[in-house]
Design a protein around this ligand. Structure first.
Ligand SMILES: [Fe+2]
Ligand SMILES: [Fe+2]
Length: 235
């Protein structure tokens, strides 16, 4: 920790791709005995417990829209009578967008949870990103109308996504991922804010929460959880 009273936040490289370095130079020029870069707890965010659980990230880190979207999707799956494992997949399917990243969100989401869930859940989460673009009239899944306003009427997913969707279509776990897309309801279309505590038991049975807390178990993805605990750390 530091006693410096000013802590500057350097934006992530991802948000300033191709920049000319002027912002970095401006921030570095402000450094002094009382002005340093942000490291550790940022008082602007809710404090996290020492051993954070999955729901702590939902409650204290995720944006409201993604938090509700995930909870609504899980609730939708429960109401449709799906298995706990599918409900768990729905609760986690966009988790990377809670407090980490939008781009390639299916892959980031799957990676974040892979050490803690079944291989099938992780696979289904990863593939939903591509399968969202692939209609399947046999199960009543159409290309999402909302994608037309998000990406334009004429948007065509790139070849690697179409290839990924076609391959996932042939996989034995296809329906698990497809069911995620069928329960993928957007929170801004509804003001329902499901109480997160109702998922506690399902999480307990389908998500191996590390005793040390997410971010501190030495897993290959622990650093990704820590990045969400301290999102503005300079290093
Ligand atoms: Fe998604
Ligand atoms: Fe979603």
């Amino acid at each position: 920790m530091t006693t410096a009273s000013n802590r500057l936040i350097m934006p992530h490289p991802l948000t300033m791709v191709g920049n000319d370095g002027s912002l970095e130079r401006r921030l570095i020029a402000q450094l002094g005995p009382d002005t340093v870069f942000m490291m550790g707890d940022n008082p602007a965010h809710a404090a996290m417990p020492e051993r954070p659980s999955l729901l702590d990230f939902f409650r204290y880190r995720f944006g409201a829209i993604v938090r509700n979207h995930l909870a609504q999707s899980a609730l939708h799956a429960i109401r449709a009578g799906h298995s706990e494992s599918v409900v768990m997949a729905c609760l986690l399917h966009d988790i990377a967008m809670g407090a980490l990243i939008h781009a390639e969100h299916g892959y980031w989401s799957a990676q974040l949870v892979r050490p803690y869930v079944s291989a099938e859940i992780a696979w289904a989460i990863e593939k939903h990103q591509a399968l969202r673009f692939l209609p399947d009239p046999a199960v009543g899944y159409d290309y999402p109308e909302i994608y037309q306003s998000f990406f334009g009427q004429d948007y065509v997913p790139p070849p690697h996504i179409r290839k990924e969707a076609a391959a996932a279509r042939q996989h034995p776990w296809y329906m698990t991922s497809r069911i995620i897309t069928l329960n993928d309801v957007y929170s801004f279309e509804s003001d329902e804010t499901p109480e997160l505590g109702q998922f506690e038991d399902i999480i307990g049975r389908n998500f191996r929460q590390p005793e040390e807390g997410l971010g501190f178990d030495g897993s290959p993805v622990a650093h990704m959880w820590r990045t969400m605990i301290w999102p503005e750390n300079f290093l």
